[in-house]
Design a protein around this ligand. Structure first.
Ligand code: 5AD
Ligand code: SF4
Length: 485
């Protein structure tokens, strides 16, 4: 199928990974890709429904695509992802849109495109699957930096947090065959990638059962270990963890393998147990703080980041204060912070009035952001004077002579390039920082603890040798004196 495809992606990293799967399906069907919308035969937009403003942004883009269609007859526009799943044929009322395909329907892309190209008309396919994981499809990573890549390990979500639309747009949770995950990781290693992030809506509930032998099962910490062992030179990251499901086994595995990065994204959403219950998160403030204390005990150098929602249904000032106090207690390294946005058909939309006035939501969100800014600054300031291994990602936006990269804790770093290239591992001594960035310089690899211990022992031995030598000299002198007498 000789079609030029242009694809835009909105929303989470799962959507980025999905666009790469859709691209692979189209490539196998003979399509090529362009980054220039004016050259495209097909315009695809992979969409997000998680908040109302994410959907508004997509509707704005559809207006632009409509103009493109007016300019050039025959251009096909398709909406993929969560908005397609939520709105289905309703989206076809938009004159820009020719077809909608939900997250489990990407295998139909070639058939849908050739049908519309040959016969015209509009189509929608939004059946959610209980089995589709696209395990056999090797994503086409045209948009990647060649250094880090995402691997989707599961799809869907069974949690039913009351504010969240994801279970409706992405369906039931299913885990991908670990063999295909490890094979994809090894392939990325061979292609020169240096970092992989295992993706799932809730990675801690990864649970694979071999369909041919149902006694063979694998959980997330086992999968993490398999990937870490299969690619010992690659950095391994994962997200997102769920506070109700994260187990000590995952923490021990992280602590055991130096190539698993010490960073956990652990969305708290609220610091008030009353609201957490209303959100159907299935943990209390105390449970959450216990998980934080487990992380700190097992991995003292682990970065912890989070997601927070301001102004959820019935939130009082007291609840809000509890969120602020929890943030201080944990001392998050960074956070994604949102104003509650009611989503159609969710449990919250059906059960609870969206009763916190917009201006109060905004005010609380601003307070949360201001507090996080000070926490992020504190977290970065602690790094000054320390040396970290940084994976170089690419040149900095400000200067050609500077490179950017990330520490194992996922802190963003800028430094003079000194000949380093994307994909290199360098050692950076941190000199200064802002709340968002560490600024440092490339230094020699610091000595390991063993080397340091060996040096200390050697110095100690030298001291003793010197003392013995002096004693021998003194004894000799005394002996000589006695002889003369
Ligand atoms: N309103 C605001 N934020 C939301 N999130 C999910 N649903 C909503 C909503 N309805 C946030 C949560 C989640 C992140 C991906 O998006 O914090 O962790
Ligand atoms: Fe990702 Fe959720 Fe947005 Fe869908 S709704 S794109 S799953 S963040």
């Amino acid at each position: 199928m000789d079609l030029k495809i242009y694809i835009e992606t909105y929303g989470c990293q799962m959507n980025v990974a999905d666009s790469q799967v859709a691209s692979a399906i189209l490539k196998a069907a003979g399509c090529s890709f362009t980054e220039d919308i004016s050259k495209a035969d097909v315009i695809l937009i992979n969409t997000c429904s998680v908040r109302d403003n994410a959907e508004k942004r997509v509707l704005g883009r559809l207006d632009v695509f409509r103009l493109e269609k007016k300019k050039r007859q025959g251009v096909i526009v398709g909406v993929l992802g969560c908005m397609a799943q939520r709105l289905k044929e309703k989206l076809l009322e938009n004159p820009a849109v020719d077809f909608t395909l939900g997250p489990d329907s990407y295998r139909s892309l070639p058939a849908v495109l050739s049908f519309i190209r040959d016969r015209g008309g509009k189509m929608t396919e939004t059946n959610l699957s209980t089995r589709e994981t696209y395990a056999d499809i090797e994503p086409v990573r045209t948009d990647s930096n060649g250094v880090s890549a995402f691997i989707s390990i599961m799809r869907g979500c069974n949690n039913m947090c009351s504010y969240c639309i994801v279970p409706f747009t992405r369906g039931r949770e299913r885990s991908r065959d670990p063999k295909s995950i490890v094979a994809e990781a090894k392939q990325l290693d061979r292609e020169g990638y240096k970092e992989i992030t295992l993706l799932g809506q809730n990675v801690d509930s990864y649970n694979w059962t071999d369909p041919e032998n149902t006694t063979r099962k694998m959980n997330f910490s086992q999968l993490l270990e398999e990937v870490a062992l299969a690619c010992p030179k690659m950095r391994i990251r994962f997200q997102t963890s769920h506070p109700k499901d994260i187990r000590k086994g995952v923490l021990y595995t992280m602590a055991m393998y130096p190539n698993i990065c010490p960073h956990i994204h652990l969305p708290v959403q609220s610091g008030s147990t009353r609201l957490l219950q209303k959100m159907n998160r299935k943990y209390t403030r105390e449970d959450y703080l216990q998980k934080i204390s487990d992380i700190r005990n097992i991995m003292p150098d682990c970065a912890i980041t989070t997601d927070i929602i301001a102004g959820f249904c019935s939130e009082t000032d007291e609840d809000h204060q509890q969120t602020l106090s929890l943030m201080k207690e944990v001392g998050y390294d960074s956070a994604f912070m949102f104003q509650y946005s009611q989503r159609p058909d969710t449990l919250a939309a059906r059960r609870y009035p969206d009763d916190v006035p917009e201006e109060i939501k905004t005010q609380r969100l601003n307070e949360i952001i201001a507090l996080q800014n000070t926490l992020s600054l504190k977290s970065n300031q602690k790094c000054i004077g320390q040396t970290y291994q940084v994976l170089v990602e690419g040149p900095s936006k400000r200067s050609e002579n500077q490179m950017t990269g990330r520490t194992p804790q996922n802190r963003f770093c800028v430094f003079d390039s000194k000949g380093s290239k994307p994909g290199d591992f360098v050692w950076i001594k941190v000199l200064t920082c802002t709340q968002a960035t560490l600024m440092g310089e490339i230094v020699e690899q610091p000595k390991s603890l063993i080397e340091k211990a060996e040096e200390t022992i050697e110095e100690g031995l030298n001291d003793i040798r010197e003392k013995i030598r002096k004693t021998i000299v003194r004894t000799k002198k005394t002996k000589d004196k006695t002889k003369k007498q």
